[in-house]
Design a protein around this ligand. Structure first.
Ligand SMILES: Nc1ncnc2c1ncn2[C@@H]1O[C@H](COP(=O)(O)OP(=O)(O)OP(=O)(O)O)[C@@H](O)[C@H]1O
Ligand SMILES: [Mg+2]
Length: 234
């Protein structure tokens, strides 16, 4: 369902060029649970932005559900970002003045969900991440782990088949990180494809496949011990 073909990404700042991705190719099938690891500056977030259709490669191709992202117009891309893909960011990206329920409702407002349905769905999503007692709290009234769970509920509200998370546990103490990974585990069991960026080995160890990026290249792609080794290159 996700196919990255020889993708490069070069950022230009005046005369300075940074080659953030340098010929990256891999496939992710529906229902996989993948982590992307690598040192700071190795291109992880750049790759995630391309996978989420938030940015485009300088060269190479990104094919999502058998369609090259290059061939999609702005309307189609907006629909994909709203319905097909759920994002979770390290910095939560919640609206500070809005309650949990309002934050979770937001994608439904863009996604043409009728108003009376929105509240019930948002409530259900927040119940699903154990925040039934925090529906009306604003982000500053929540712990880091709770904020991240609101962000996850928001990412899930349109029932996306793909969940992309960039350092979702980066700011959290171990017990809260583990709870976030429990949620991802359950979602993966329900069939969602999950791709998580992390710099923590313990987090990567909880996924079924680990892709390692160094200097914008994949240096290893390993399936976990319970998975078939198919795409492994070392
Ligand atoms: N908008 C940008 N303009 C110019 N250079 C950029 C931009 N975004 C990222 N880069 C550069 O591209 C390279 C890859 O950055 P990226 O953010 O993808 O790394 P990362 O693996 O996510 O790092 P980290 O673990 O620190 O988050 C870095 O050298 C970075 O400085
Ligand atoms: Mg990053």
């Amino acid at each position: 369902m996700i196919e990255v073909k020889d993708v490069t990404k070069i950022y230009k700042n005046g005369v300075v060029e940074t080659r953030a991705l340098n010929g990256v190719s891999f496939k992710v099938e529906k229902g996989e649970f993948v982590s992307i690891i690598g040192p700071s500056g190795s291109g992880k977030s750049t790759l995630m932005h391309i996978l989420g259709a938030l940015d485009v490669p300088t060269s190479g191709e990104y094919v999502l559900n058998n369609t090259s992202v290059k061939k999609m117009d702005e309307d189609k891309l907006a629909e994909i970002r709203n319905k097909e893909i759920g994002f979770v960011f390290q910095a939560y990206n919640l609206l500070a003045r809005n309650s949990s329920i309002k934050n979770v409702s937001l994608p439904m407002m863009y996604g043409d969900v009728p108003k009376k349905e929105r509240y019930e769905r948002a409530k259900k999503a927040l119940f699903g991440v154990d925040l039934e007692d925090k529906l009306q709290n604003t982000p500053n009234q929540l712990s880091g782990g709770q904020k991240q769970r609101v962000a996850i509920a928001r990412a899930l509200i349109m029932n996306p088949s793909i969940i992309l998370a960039d350092e979702p546990t980066g700011n959290l103490p171990t017990n809260q990180s583990s709870e976030i990974m429990d949620i991802f585990d359950e979602l993966n069991k329900k069939g969602h494809t999950i791709i998580v960026i992390t710099h923590e080995d313990e987090i990567a160890a909880r996924t079924k496949r680990v892709i390692t990026l160094v200097d914008g290249k994949i240096i290893s792609d390993k399936k976990g011990k319970h998975e078939r080794i198919e795409h492994a290159i070392d």
